[in-house]
Design a protein around this ligand. Structure first.
Ligand SMILES: Nc1nc2c(ncn2[C@@H]2O[C@H](COP(=O)(O)OP(=O)(O)OP(=O)(O)O)[C@@H](O)[C@H]2O)c(=O)[nH]1
Length: 509
């Protein structure tokens, strides 16, 4: 049985079906874990009833092996070593070098005398290092297009391909596993399919990346940049019901992808006529409303099919969108006809854009707080501006300012902006960030910010998709420039007061 799996996985490796191969090995490893921890099998107690423990062999192989090693028979050791060694090669194929190091370490733990394996481990570590240092300016900008079924994504793609923008762009679609690539410019195929998701680190759903996407991007890279014909851009279209998070996280979590591609922005196409219904559709408890998520994730929004609604309704739709995402720029379109500049090369993760989005968020919060609309409250506690503690929920009348509020649908998704004209202390900031990603990661769709860190000459710029956090010092503070911290969090069930309080603990006293 295990031999048959090994054989099939070897064929998958040979045929570059890396993701299939990983899946095969994963099932075999899980089966081996079940055998090893079976009650009465000795050694490891069968306490591993939880899902996390059931996956330990996949997620933390070294820890698992350390526990069971003494009770393994030699044939079991050899089989596990073979499985880990093969998964190492498959992960290298996927560009998941960090994971490959974990697997080869596990294989070495089982067969420490294997010299070839030790050398291979050093080679992978070397590759990892060179990958990190070769990060240059030649990364291919990549745009993720998302949007509900029928919103106009394909219409947009066709428009992009038709329009004479002079750019060499590849398109990856995941619908029906097809790939449409600008054939006039490229002659390659790579498929992205629904079920191809691999877990990268701790098995949390929001840390998944698209293994199939990594394979597709690698292939594309090989056929273009690898042949001296680099692309100007890549567009990934997600299916109407796909969660954009794993696609976006691929750009932060995978070594190969982050070394060669850069996420330019997330674009959401919205059907102006149907979006409000889609947003307000009741889902079973615990289930996400994809339309809400897609808007929460967006850097840019195309409010499409404007021919089907009147001006007054359009304003209402815009207000609903703003209720969920205060920072994304919105453009009204018909048949997804839009300036290429609005959607391509937007550099949504640059310092300039992050600052622009944060300012927009803070402005919108002020308008929501004191403007006539009175419906745009995030719904949790006081606002983040210094000097503004005033707040009330959607359903309350506001005695303080005399406005009556109307009932607004509670999406449980909101944006929280924080601005402080003070510096943060580095060690406390680290604690805040760990708290944030560990406790709030699953609920935090997007976060971005520019911080003044005590003793740091440069602005510390960060952004995150769920728990994938990326931050580094950029651009120096100019002389006389006010050192301040600005950030925005977009997510579900955000507790504005708690975020403010926790962040305030980082400020230099
Ligand atoms: N009236 C009107 N129809 C539009 C507009 N834009 C797109 N359509 C039509 O809406 C339908 C759906 O558009 P698509 O581009 O296929 O939508 P999609 O988001 O790719 O849909 P899925 O692939 O199902 O997720 C098509 O018949 C389009 O011709 C528009 O601005 N106005």
């Amino acid at each position: 049985m295990a031999d048959a799996v090994l054989q099939s996985a070897r064929s998958a490796l040979k045929e570059e079906r890396f993701f299939d191969g990983v899946q095969l090995i994963n099932s075999a490893l899980e089966a081996q874990q079940a055998i090893v921890i079976k009650p009465g099998s000795g050694g490891y107690a069968a306490e591993a009833a939880t899902e996390v423990d059931n996956q330990e062999i996949l997620q933390n192989p070294e820890a698992f092996l350390m526990r069971v090693l003494p009770s393994l028979q030699s044939s079991q050791r050899q089989l596990l070593a073979d499985l880990f060694a093969l998964r190492t090669d498959l992960l290298i194929g996927l560009g998941a070098l960090k994971r490959a190091v974990l697997d080869i370490s596990a294989a070495l733990l089982l067969t420490p005398e294997n010299e070839a394996m030790s050398i291979k481990k050093m080679q992978i570590e070397g590759l990892l290092k060179s990958g990190a240092s070769s990060v240059g300016s030649a990364k291919t900008p990549t745009t993720i297009i998302t949007g509900f079924l029928g919103a106009g994504k394909t219409t947009l793609l066709n428009y992009i391909l038709d329009v004479n923008h002079g750019k060499k762009i590849a398109i990856i679609e995941n619908e029906f596993g097809e790939v449409g690539i600008d054939d006039a410019l490229l002659n390659t195929k790579s498929a992205v399919t629904e079920e191809n998701i691999i877990e990268m680190n701790n098995g949390c759903i929001c840390c998944t990346v698209r293994g199939d996407l990594i394979a597709g991007l690698k292939k594309l890279h090989k056929q273009t940049t690898g042949k001296g014909k680099p692309l100007d851009g890549i567009i990934i279209e997600t299916t109407g019901l796909a969660d954009p998070a794993p696609v976006a996280q691929t750009f932060f979590a995978d070594d190969f992808v982050s070394a060669n591609m850069v996420l330019d922005g997330i674009l959401t196409v919205v059907d102006a006529k149907h979006i409000v219904g889609q947003l307000q559709e009741e889902k079973p408890q615990g289930a996400v409303n994809e339309a809400v998520e897609q808007i929460a994730f967006a850097d840019r929004i195309l409010l499409n099919k404007t021919d089907l609604v009147g001006e007054a309704d359009l304003l209402k739709v815009e207000a609903e969108i703003r209720h969920i995402n205060k920072t994304a720029a919105i453009r009204k379109t018909q048949n997804s006809r839009v300036d290429m500049d609005f959607i391509l090369g937007i550099k949504a993760f640059s310092l300039e854009k992050i600052l622009m989005q944060i300012s927009q968020n803070l402005e919108e919060e002020l308008v929501a707080e004191h403007g006539s609309g009175h419906g745009d409250h995030g719904g949790h506690g006081g606002h983040g501006h210094e000097g503004h503690a005033h707040s009330h929920s959607h359903d309350e009348d506001c005695e303080e300012c005399g406005h009556s509020t109307h009932r607004r649908h509670d999406y449980r998704v909101s944006s929280v902006g924080i601005q402080r004209d003070r510096e943060v202390q580095k060690d406390k900031l680290d604690t805040f960030i760990s708290w944030l990603v560990q406790n709030k990661g699953p609920d935090l769709y997007r976060s971005k910010g520019v911080l003044a860190v005590n003793g740091m000459s440069h602005k510390f710029v960060f952004h995150a998709v769920h728990m994938q956090f990326s931050g580094k010092p950029q651009e120096p503070w100019r002389e006389g420039e006010k050192r301040q911290c600005k950030m925005v969090f977009i997510g579900k069930n955000l507790d504005r007061e708690e975020l403010n309080k926790k962040f305030d603990e980082c400020l230099v006293k």
